[in-house]
Design a protein. Sequence first.
Length: 305
Amino acid sequence: MLRSVILAAARSARVERLVETAPLSREVVRRFVAGTDTSDALRVTRELADAGLAVTLDNLGEDTVTPEQAQATREEYERLLAVLAEAQLTPMAEVSVKLSALGQRFDEKLAYDHARAICVAASAAGTTVTLDMEDHTTTDSTLETLTRLREEFPATGAVLQAYLRRTEDDCRALAVAGSRVRLCKGAYKEPETVAYQSPLDVDLAYVRCMNILMSGPGYPMLATHDPRLVAIGEDRAKWFERSADSFEFQMLYGVRDVEQRRLVEQGYLVRTYVPYGTEWYGYMMRRLAERPANVALFLRALTSR
Ligand code: FDA
């Protein structure tokens, strides 16, 4: 119930204005968001690299409505990739991209062209791009774009969401050599017709998808903070005799930091997803929807001075 309310608020411009102008919002946001510009992204990437973590950077923004915004997003990624290469933080750092930030909702070809330009920049910087997955109305379009990009840039990564009923089939299709697949539970409010609704069903689907990916020849990226799923991931790695460089765990910046470092100490490759930028509202609201304790933290900050 609370999750539905927060996810509905995530799409409300009125609530967005209220939250953005609240006194301490920004302080709470800092727990989950690296900062507003490229230099913040660079600073946090360096800190995480020093702690033995790999990184994927997300320039925050979604639901772009003008070609100018889409162009600006592409240019920010190009700038970021050049700066990361210059600082010798690639290939340890890569980027995650939302096609909606590149104009997918109003011009799919434009979004493809921008995504391709970002792949060119990533390739020049010696690193990779992973396409984030948004709500289910965009899944086909995103996977089609992925297929086209992979013809030229085979290491381009996909995200699959275990809560979607279709995802086991998508996992089978993408569990092929050289294919990088980030498996997450899914963060959007989706109808029963397309997505499992109960946490148990989502967890069971995650394990079925993980089995497909971990037993296949591709490169699985297990994106979850769920202790049971992490333990099952460790188990499957042993069962399918996967070497430490043939899969990775991924978690969000600011979530379960101690666990991220524990997994590094165990010899696993762990990648932290680091968002940065000024458009933090939609991202933050999805994080709040995932965990009631975060809502309490946020409300305390909003109401105190
Ligand atoms: P779950 O939400 O069940 O949480 C399990 C436990 O983890 C909690 O009990 C708590 O201890 C901890 N935890 C989880 N979330 C927390 C939070 N926000 N704050 C503090 N503790 C928390 N989704 C999507 O739809 N499209 C995408 O492209 C991506 N991309 C993506 C990349 C990466 C690297 C990650 C880790 C996640 C995503 N997601 C995503 C988000 C994903 O779908 C999902 O919403 C979150 O990861 C939360 O699900 P968990 O698997 O962590 O389990």
